[in-house]
Write a protein that binds this ligand. Structure first.
Ligand SMILES: [Zn+2]
Length: 124
């Protein structure tokens, strides 16, 4: 995704993590996303399952970006069309996709949860 903003700024996706871009999952595709994950976990070893999930979910996500100069949002539709939204006021942050909160779940917590779930599976 590369957008030439009306303010004159060129917003380019370099492929590296950027605070100007975000991938989003439309709510209507949440069940599809969960189905891919459940299927991957149920049918593949963990190393293969992660690749299966990546391949199986990538096309569910859409892109959006925000111009860091003027704050406009550019949102991709289901046909890769790009739609522009102008902030209602100058007080809208120009880095909406910046991580400002620490993650409440890290890899350590996920591993512990996985261990707990496996234990519960053995009990049931
Ligand atoms: Zn702009």
């Amino acid at each position: 995704m590369c957008v030439e903003c009306p303010c004159g700024n060129l917003i380019k996706d370099s492929g590296n993590p950027s605070t100007s871009f975000a991938d989003f999952l439309p709510s209507v595709l949440s069940d599809d996303y969960c189905d891919v994950i459940e299927s991957a976990i149920g049918t593949h070893e963990s190393a293969v399952a992660s690749q299966y999930v990546i391949v199986g979910t990538t096309d569910l996500f859409r892109r959006m970006c925000q111009c860091p100069s003027c704050g406009r949002l550019f949102v991709e539709d289901e046909n890769f069309g790009c739609h522009e939204f102008v902030p209602a006021s100058a007080s809208v942050p120009k880095a909406l996709f910046m991580r400002s909160r620490p993650r409440s779940w890290g890899l350590k917590e996920l591993k512990e949860l996985g261990s707990d779930l496996r234990s519960w599976g053995q009990i049931l």
